[in-house]
Design a protein around this ligand. Sequence first.
Ligand SMILES: Cc1ncc(COP(=O)(O)O)c(C=O)c1O
Length: 390
Amino acid sequence: MALTTNTALAQLQPSGIRRITAFAKQTPGCILLTLGEPDGNTADVVKEEVAKSLAANETHYPPNNGTVELRRAIAAHMEKRNLAYGEDEIIVTCGATEALFAALSSILNPGDEVLVPTPAFGLYESIISVNRATFVPVDTRPTKFQLTLGQLEAAATDRTKAIVLTSPNNPTGCVLDPRSLDAVAKFAKAHDVFVICDDVYTSLVYEGVYKSDEGVHLGFASCYGELRDRIIVCDSFSKPYAMTGWRLGWVAADAPISAQIAKMHQYMVSSVPSFVQRAAIRALKEDVAPAREVYRGRRDYVLARLREIGFDVVEPDGAFYVFPSIEKFGMSSDEFCTRLIAEKGVALVPGSCFAAEGFVRLSYCCSMENLEEGLNRLAAFVQTLEQRFV
Ligand SMILES: Cc1ncc(COP(=O)(O)O)c(C=O)c1O
């Protein structure tokens, strides 16, 4: 009998972002506005804790869910967002990637449907299909990346199991407004579905409506505590603390759900490494505000330039992305990005990578110098496209 592999994996496509980045890297002098990670480095005070952990021989198997000290620190951190999770309801994971994988794999059965507002980060679709469930896109392009109850109801069936919320969003940078959150709450209550809150950018919100007494942005999980039994929060050290390479995140959920997620986590990775856990506690003490203000300044600059060039763009309120429309140029997002690299030496990510044709993602995780030059090149590209129509 022939050897076969998991057919669910055969359907997965290699990441489009990787393909475009590889092409850009082969193009001499190309400016990359494609990166989804902070351009700064992890703070020295955080890195120093790793040396201390190693010196103290924190090199043995740690508890599966993370050390109690770290889980307590995460619980205290979440409390600043009015999120009350006990240390036993928190699992430290290998980034939000594993948090999302463990969370979705713990609730999905084959044939279940998961609503994903699009544009969306590509990881969700892959995790859903590996679990032999169905990815159901809810297109938010017509509603300026916000959600309505009508959109959710139109996508619902008796197999709908969960909805994934990403606010601020990758790739749009948009924050879900109170009406969107309310629509999700009504829907989740009426249909008994899980709400997976991918909160990896939640510390990077410039303008949000709901704020705690300390001025911290409050997302879905904070505002709808009464739905705690069906909310799963996934978060990460990657984006706020410039710790993408540490592969550290967490998932928090009501005790019966977190107990299931803990099993998945145990059998997949056992635990995150021992000697990074003290450093993670130190990271949570870092003030994210200075980095956020840098991003805000870049956001303002990029938005003004894009509008001056003539792009139609919804103002992002967080993360470090903008997602302008390219619809008027009459070409696919893939062709737009490929030609932009080849003809002008600047790389953006096609909207098709986020299940949203007609748009491109620009990441402003880079120096102002690169942003200025990248946008000059983009303006020149648009000029050549517009000349075609004269
Ligand atoms: C929306 C979103 N969720 C999750 C992740 C994964 O983050 P981590 O580095 O914590 O695995 C990313 C990374 O780009 C992301 O953009």
